[in-house]
Ligand binder design. Structure first.
Ligand SMILES: Nc1ncnc2c1ncn2[C@@H]1O[C@H](COP(=O)(O)OP(=O)(O)OP(=O)(O)O)[C@@H](O)[C@H]1O
Ligand SMILES: [Mg+2]
Length: 257
């Protein structure tokens, strides 16, 4: 039965969608697991664009509005083989009934090992159906004081609603002196686990233009490597960094590393 994890931040633009697409791709391609990605950010859906699909033929609203059954809203990306329940290009004018989200996920849960939810950048009452659908939350923060305060606030709001926090990942790390350093970030997090620090990486931004997640398009870029390590932690897999030199690659290919 698939584990349902959501990437959350009450702040916009911190990388929720990018991490959903890339961690999911890494879980499938590096660790050979069955993965489903779900876009719950109905009023700003763009998860499927990370796979080159701008106007999805089916989407999560089709199920939530009662138009299509669960198995008909899954889109299989032909290039990566990943299953996605996209969000709509046109969000529609009526309210979205997220209370049916858990029903959707329960219907397909047995077919996957991991179900990852991309979520909206707010945690208002209308998102309670999203929050209550996840087994655990991964909170995304950025390496500044305001970014960490926002991450703490997000985690507190989720915990108040009874959601377990798997850990926090920091995105857009550049190592500048005005940023918080890893030890300072750890201090900020108190009892929460720091799962990963993902560097700002131009290859990640570029991958969105290609419509193929960076972990597949540019697996050796610094950001992709950290995301693969994060996916290993999410899935509980042992992970050896894939070597880049010819000798290392040969040894790796023949199973000596
Ligand atoms: N580590 C990174 N390095 C460089 N660019 C990144 C990184 N992470 C995300 N981005 C870029 O930042 C932008 C915002 O990322 P993304 O859309 O994933 O954020 P979001 O939290 O989902 O935003 P929203 O709250 O609006 O849904 C995208 O253009 C993405 O390519
Ligand atoms: Mg997003």
């Amino acid at each position: 039965m698939g584990e349902i994890l959501g990437f959350f931040s009450a702040k916009g633009g911190v990388g929720k969608t990018t991490m959903t697409a890339n961690v999911g791709s890494a879980l499938k391609h590096e660790f050979n697991t069955k993965v489903l990605l779900v876009d719950t950010h109905v009023f700003g859906a763009d998860l499927s664009s990370h796979f080159g699909l701008l106007n999805p033929p089916v989407h999560v609203r089709d199920f939530l509005d009662g138009k299509l059954p669960a198995n008909k809203v899954i889109y299989n990306d032909p290039r990566t083989g990943i299953d996605i329940i996209p969000g709509p290009l046109d969000p529609g004018k009526t309210k979205v009934n997220f209370s049916k989200l858990r029903q959707l996920l329960d219907t397909v849960r047995d077919d996957y090992e991991f179900i990852l939810l991309d979520t909206p950048p707010w945690l208002g009452r209308e998102t309670s159906g999203i929050i209550s659908s996840v087994d655990e939350a991964i909170v995304i923060g950025t390496p500044t004081i305001s970014g960490m305060l926002e991450a703490r606030r997000t985690a507190d709001m989720l915990r108040k609603r009874g959601t377990e926090i798997r850990g926090v990942l920091i995105n857009f790390y550049r190592g500048f002196d005005y940023e918080l350093h890893p030890e300072e970030i750890e201090d900020f997090l108190d009892d929460m686990d720091l799962m990963a620090i993902i560097p700002e990486d131009e290859k990640i931004r570029r991958a969105l233009g290609y419509g193929v997640p960076a972990v597949i398009a540019s697996p050796n870029s610094p950001g992709s490597k950290e995301i693969v390590a994060l996916a290993a932690e999410v899935g509980g897999f042992e992970h050896f960094e894939r070597p880049t030199g010819i000798v290392g690659r040969l040894l790796y290919a023949f199973g000596f590393r």
